[in-house]
Design a protein around this ligand. Sequence first.
Ligand SMILES: Cc1ncc(C[n+]2csc(CCOP(=O)(O)OP(=O)(O)O)c2C)c(N)n1
Ligand SMILES: [Mg+2]
Length: 352
Amino acid sequence: MTTSGAPTPDPAARSGLPAERLREIYRLMALARALDERAWILNRSGRVHFVISAQGHEGAEAGICAALTPGRDWLLPYYRSMAAMLSFGMTPRELMLQQFGRADDPGSGGRQMPAHYGGAAYRIFSSSSPVGTQALHAAGIALAAKLRGETQVAVVMMGEGAANQGDVHEALNFAGIHRLPMVLLVENNGYAISVPAEKQTAVRDLAVRAAGYNMPGVIVDGTDVLGCYLAMRDAVVRALAGDGPTFIEAKVTRLTGHSSDDQQTKYRTEDDLAEGRGRDPLPAFRDELRAAGLLAEAAEAAITAEVRGLVDDATDFAEAAADPDPATLTRHVYAEPGDARQLHPPPGLGPD
Ligand SMILES: Cc1ncc(C[n+]2csc(CCOP(=O)(O)OP(=O)(O)O)c2C)c(N)n1
Ligand SMILES: [Mg+2]
């Protein structure tokens, strides 16, 4: 198991990424944060019914995704994956359609809860509400890639609480045996709703479990965007070389309550909350770029203005969009007349 080192002052040299790319990563994080903050305002003013927030997780997600190739790799996200969605090309309008549950939501046509992302066109697998189940889907996608000889990585994201589900053990065991091109990212924010980490697992670092699956376990500071990028870059190289899966644990902070239905001041101390606020990846990355002379005042102001415009546009667009037609309520739930694939399975796959 390895642990990433402390950030060095030169982000471009450290990561090998050009300044423009580093600014783009920052822009994606700032956009994710602004969309998320808008969602809370919409919720508190009664315009969207539920928010589950990505605030504090953006650095890990954006850093991890910077090492991936949209259009080639598969993402199996969870509800804190807003920055990953943007990194894979989902637009602010699409994300707001999802938040409002509108008919044109690319994930489910407004069927899923907010932040249950999906988008086949982006290779973003549909999220399920039972946590951890997407690990098995990731193993399946990675197995298919291996059997077909396709060059791609399946990346599954989840919290540390979800990582205790049996499904995750089965997926990692299978991926380890078959050396599948899969990466598990555990975003450890120290809480599963109100349950603190020490009441969830008997170990402090979940990545130690990787040894049991014969794969590397890497712990990264999830507030260190480039540390996350470098860990993922290594994992992708391994996966594409046929060397199998990697378990990455990013230590992050959850800046909000679990969801808009939760009040974390009821179960977290003021010291704990203050410590969490001090580990916000967004100002940390901004300061890192500023200090290295990679984010001039004008560039930062342009990003701020662009982000504000995108969030306003997405909000207006999604709020004005149509709800799903109630007549389509059972679509995707039951086989429909004329769905030949459902009614007449191929030979050998039907009931005996
Ligand atoms: C199988 C299952 N059990 C319980 C829940 C209810 N639930 C939703 S989110 C959550 C907490 C998950 O915590 P963690 O995996 O640490 O992710 P975090 O929210 O902290 O990012 C729980 C218990 C669920 N959705 N699925
Ligand atoms: Mg958690």
